[in-house]
Design a protein around this ligand. Structure first.
Ligand code: NAP
Length: 314
């Protein structure tokens, strides 16, 4: 039985790493499967000022690096493999990855969410060539260039403030005439001389020859269109998109109960399937933050342990 895991956790962001830590500390044979790299979305965040205890203004990557180290210390096994199929019908569940199959007594889904796209012409073509979804990753490429940030939520405004470290000017383009971001974050942006705003506007189209050189904005109130062209000496400008997130749950459609693409659980992170739990941003919940993701992970692991204890003989 030694090749059967007590719990397989799909996703290695804060929810998955926290679940891994709790499960391994409870002596469960624990595997975290991650498709690209450990960390999840928080790796793309420069400052994590609201995770309790991170008073030295930990960055996303540094916080995750410590979570990984801690999970590893307790004996969590971690593998890079993309899950392509799940067979949950039998008591021993089978997770099929691209590289191998994994047999397990319980499963925790912690696949998180990914940035929502605008869905406008040119967006995909110019991703990585002017269009970005991660200021921490790409901000430095726009040193002394103009940058446009799309969105009005906490992410958009916080990342706009961060981008002023690099960009010559940052313009927040928002589809309404007031921001959604928390007032404290808004105030910082309004005080920042390098930040401008274009209200009631959306991108209609992004254009260029191999690199982003132009975009058309449309005013939602008047229908008026504005052309933004790169300065000749700049050659390009940046567009950073922060318009929310979509859950990474396509794989589980038709398998587990969901609501608007998010997995439904009870307070104990239990889904409608015995032995299947969900934690973090991929589940239906009211607040998607690192602190709630890690809390979910802990609860899911403790419940998975109870499930395994009650349903499998030693
Ligand atoms: P969000 O709160 O959902 O905001 C998305 C923003 O994008 C909104 O301003 C929305 O406009 C706009 N938007 C949505 N679709 C659009 C489209 N197709 N075109 C143009 N604009 C569009 O997302 P978020 O800012 O990423 O935050 C997600 C969650 O993480 C929130 O709960 C947030 O509080 C949290 N968060 C917290 C912090 C922090 O506490 N420090 C930092 C980052 C994120 P409307 O306003 O018109 O809907």
């Amino acid at each position: 039985m030694s090749n059967i895991y007590d719990v397989v956790i799909i996703g290695g962001g804060p929810a998955g790493l926290s679940a891994g830590l709790y499960a391994a500390r409870a002596n469960m044979k624990t595997l975290i499967l991650e498709k690209e790299r450990a960390g999840g979305q928080i790796v793309t965040t420069e400052e994590v000022a609201n995770y309790p205890g991170s008073i030295e203004h930990a960055t996303g990557p540094s916080l995750v690096a410590r979570m990984v180290e801690q999970a590893d210390e307790f004996g969590v096994e971690r593998k890079l493999d993309e899950v392509v199929e799940l067979n949950l019908e039998n008591k021993i569940k089978v997770i099929k990855g691209e590289k191998a199959d994994y047999h397990t007594k319980s499963v925790i889904i912690a696949t998180g969410a990914k940035p929502r796209l605008l869905g406008v012409p040119g967006e995909k073509e110019f991703t990585g060539k002017g269009v970005s979804y991660c200021a921490t990753c790409d901000g430095a490429f726009f040193e002394e260039l103009p940058v446009y940030v799309i969105g009005g939520g906490d992410s958009a405004v916080e990342e706009a403030i961060f981008l002023t470290k690099f960009a010559r000017k940052v313009t927040i383009v928002h589809r309404r005439d007031e921001l959604r971001a928390a007032k404290s974050i808004q105030e910082k942006a309004f005080k920042n001389d390098k930040i401008d705003f274009i209200w009631n506007s959306e991108i209609k189209e992004l254009r260029g020859e191999g690199i982003l050189e132009a975009m058309t904005l449309v005013n939602r109130e008047t229908g008026e269109e504005t052309e933004i062209l790169a300065d000749e000496e700049d050659g390009t400008f940046g567009v950073f998109v922060f318009v929310g997130y979509t859950p990474q749950t396509k794989l589980f459609e038709g398998i587990v109960d969901m609501e608007k693409g998010y997995i439904k659980t009870d307070d104990n992170m239990k889904t409608n399937i015995e032995g299947l739990f969900a934690a973090g941003d991929c589940r239906v919940k009211s607040l998607r933050q690192v602190v709630t993701a890690t809390a979910d992970g802990a609860i899911a692991a403790v419940q998975a342990e109870k499930y395994v204890d009650n349903n499998f003989e030693e």
